[in-house]
Design a protein around this ligand. Structure first.
Ligand code: HDD
Length: 712
């Protein structure tokens, strides 16, 4: 902090006086000036001239050549020619939403950050979820890490929490990021595969880079095929710092926990969805918000005091390590609610620019070498993606507080700066804008004073050298079905690797160090000999298991917002449908009626019933469960319809709850479906309860071995 210059009076601090406290819509209001509604407006050129003919180019005669002087046509085509901007180099595919964050209480003992101190305040946020590998138009449900980036528009400036849905990362030092990304991206000769890591260059790199072992096993787990963005956890990954008003620093790890519980798709379903509904995750988020099912997350932190920095058997600066929740529980901070879809994808979701370096007083960085490199990369990438250094002026990126400084000009400048002095100090414009002292009531940002006495050196800290104990902890913490999925994923991905030495290296030098049984199972699936021992000494971690890592322990326990397909044909029992809908509504879940075509059906009671779509239009993969009501004629029609039978079989294979009511019981025999807790036959209230309970379990895991071609 500098003391030599005049400080800003309290009345002008950080813009707090200009904002309506507790106003959830402040960001939306600030965006309002830029929103453009064309209703009842004339079609005009960009220069404001009204257009009389938008159908024909100016020509010499109706059949003659076009004229260069047609400024209307030229302006339109020129703008169109430049409509695309470079997509993000990673995380190109994404979707966003507006909402707010509200702290539960005053966390001033931990941090002086204002948005974590005032429980009456709703801080606007914009969130962008993404995949990492694929381009902008790639499928939502591919096996990949998901980005979870949140921009908090606080009264003290923007804070970006740019995280993922996994708590660790592939590499320890940012200098390896281009290598990692080049390896995972589609291969350079044929640009294959899109949205997948199942190829040689990815496995070549990770099998040579043992520090990736922990993150790769997360990527081979169900976490990489989330059911929806709404059912994902989020993590800040790095260790950050909180600083309170007294200047006391604590290390923190950020966690987002979804109210909807954490759960995933099954692999076959994820693959099919990538074709049948490329926009599955995007659509789910959009529809949930449109329908008033506002997704919610709790933000929490694991807090480690300065004194405890070195009290773990790993280094808290190493981004390939997590802190088990059993060792440091999460302190809940507040909740985030997403309650508004963007109006324009490009202006908001595409142009939003996150950066881990966007922090506010009360938050600071740690020396994690991955984080340190990220602090440079994000702004740098926006320069070419958004065409210059003024991207902070784009409506979606503008902080709520007024910005004044000496930065001037450059491409796309939209602020019209008044005054003569674009330097500081100055005596021409009264010395304004001026620095603000850092004390909390003033709000000037001050970096944490950390004393470092060390050599300038290019070296990985020896405390980063264990790469396997937490990968092992993760594997051992999984439930049996999650472990099977991990074995399946490694086998699938490595099975796509053409070079046998890469497969063998991953099995012998990586998997064998994580778990010999895992290595042996994958080796068997690849036709390789099972390794007899690992290649390195793996230290014993403080914990054998961390139950908090298993999604089996992270369900919400209810069926809120779950989607149920109801298969109907002419003659269906209309009463059964009414009863189901009423019961589902009471639980906050939703039913959609699907017929053989999109035409309405007539119930057994003679009522004409509109359907939402045909069974082919909304396939079983987009639902959580299937219900077939009784009605002899309807069931007979469905039983003779290949699409309906496939619908049920597919839902069965994807381990979804299925209820067959009344005459629909026959379909169980037609399809030879084996009884289990998720196959409910009968129509009474008890059966409906059993159906709902099965949906709340998310999937019928006991069924899984029966759906495999060759049981494990
Ligand atoms: Fe990154 C985008 C998350 C490491 C460089 N990253 C990007 C996005 C997310 C993450 C969610 C998309 C933001 C959006 O929706 O616009 N990245 C992470 C996490 C990492 C990580 C959780 C490790 C803990 N990233 C990382 C490193 C580097 C980058 C080590 C470079 C040294 N990331 C970028 C980038 C991107 C980006 C190239 C591309 C587009 C953008 O920034 O805006 O700068």
């Amino acid at each position: 902090m500098s003391t030599k210059k005049p400080s800003v009076p309290n009345s002008q601090l950080a813009g707090t006086d200009t904002l309506d406290r507790g106003n959830t819509n402040s960001k939306l209001q600030s965006l309002e000036a830029f929103r453009s509604d064309a209703s009842e407006q004339a079609l005009r050129t960009n220069q404001g001239v009204k257009i009389a003919d938008n159908q024909n180019t100016l020509k010499v005669g109706a059949r003659g050549p076009s004229l260069l002087e047609d400024f209307i046509m030229r302006e339109k085509i020129t703008h169109f020619d430049h409509e695309r901007i470079p997509e993000r180099i990673v995380h190109a595919r994404g979707t966003g939403a507006h909402g707010y964050f509200q702290t539960y209480e005053n966390h001033s003992a931990l941090t002086k950050a204002g948005f974590l101190r005032d429980p009456g305040k709703k801080t606007p946020v914009f969130v962008r979820f993404s995949t990492v590998q694929g381009p902008r138009g790639s499928g939502d449900t591919v096996r990949d890490v998901r980005g979870f980036a949140v921009k908090f528009f606080t009264d003290e400036g923007n804070f970006d929490l740019v995280g993922n849905n996994m708590p660790v990362f592939f590499i320890q030092d940012a200098i390896k990021f281009p290598d990692f990304v080049h390896a995972v991206k589609p291969e350079p000769h044929n640009e294959i595969p899109t949205g997948a890591s199942a190829h040689d260059t990815f496995w070549d790199f990770v099998s040579l880079q043992p520090e990736s072992a922990h993150m790769v096993i997360w990527a081979m787990s169900d976490r990489a095929i989330p059911k929806s963005f709404r059912s994902m956890q989020g993590f800040g990954v790095h260790t950050f710092r909180f600083i309170n008003a007294e200047g006391t620093s604590s290390f923190v790890k950020f966690h987002w926990r979804p109210a909807a519980g954490t759960c995933s798709l099954v692999w076959d379903e994820a693959q099919k969805l990538a074709g049948k509904d490329t926009d599955f995750h995007r659509r789910d988020l959009w529809e949930a918000i449109e329908g008033g099912d506002y997704p919610e997350w709790e933000l929490g932190v694991q807090v480690i005091s300065e004194d405890n920095e070195h009290s773990f058997d790993f280094d808290i600066l190493d981004p390939t390590k997590l802190i088990p929740e059993e060792l440091v529980p999460i302190t809940p901070l507040g909740k985030m609610v997403l309650n508004r879809n963007p109006d324009n994808f490009f202006a908001e979701t595409e142009q939003v620019a996150f950066c881990p370096g966007h922090i506010v007083p009360g938050i600071d960085f740690s020396n994690d070498p991955l984080l340190q490199g990220r602090l440079f990369s994000y702004t740098d990438t926006q320069l070419s993606r958004l065409g210059g250094p003024n991207f902070h002026e784009l409506p979606i990126n503008r902080p709520l507080v007024p910005i004044h400084n000496g930065q001037r000009d450059a491409m796309h400048r939209s602020t019209i700066d008044k005054g003569r002095a674009s330097y500081e100090p100055n005596s021409i414009d009264g010395g304004w804008p001026k620095e603000t002292p850092p004390a909390p009531e003033n709000g000037g940002f001050e970096s944490y004073h950390e004393r470092i006495d060390a050599d300038k050196i290019r070296q990985r800290s020896p405390s980063f050298s264990d790469h396997f104990s937490q990968a092992r902890l993760f594997y051992k913490s999984m439930s049996p079905h999650e472990q099977e999925h991990i074995i399946g994923a490694y086998s699938f991905e490595l099975g796509k690797v053409e070079r046998e030495w890469i497969r063998a290296r991953q099995v012998n030098e990586i998997l064998a160090n994580i778990d010999l049984e895992l290595a042996a199972r994958v080796a068997r699936n690849l036709g390789l000999p099972a390794p007899k021992a690992g290649t390195v000494e793996v230290p014993q971690p403080a914990l054998d298991r961390s139950p908090a890592l298993s999604q089996a322990n992270l369900l919400s326990g209810d069926i809120k917002t779950r989607k149920i397909a109801v298969l109907v044909a002419d003659g269906v029992d209309g009463q059964a449908i009414d009863d189901l809908k009423k019961a589902l509504e009471a639980e906050g879940a939703h039913a959609k009626l699907l017929g053989p075509t999109s035409a309405p059906v007539t119930t057994a009671q003679g009522k004409v019933l509109p359907v939402h779509a045909s069974m082919e239009g909304l396939p079983s993969v987009v639902f959580d469960a299937v219900f077939v009501p009784g009605g002899a004629k309807s069931v007979q029609a469905l039983g003779g319809d290949g699409v309906a039978l496939h619908y049920l079989l597919e839902a069965y294979k994807h381990l979804k709850a299925i209820a067959l009511q009344g005459e629909a019981k026959q379909l169980r025999d037609v399809l030879k479906l084996q009884a289990d807790a998720g196959l409910i036959v009968g129509g009474e209230a008890k059966a409906l309860r059993a159906f709902f309970d099965a949906i709340a379990q998310h999937r019928v895991w006991e069924r899984e071995p029966k759906t495999k071609a060759i049981p494990a």
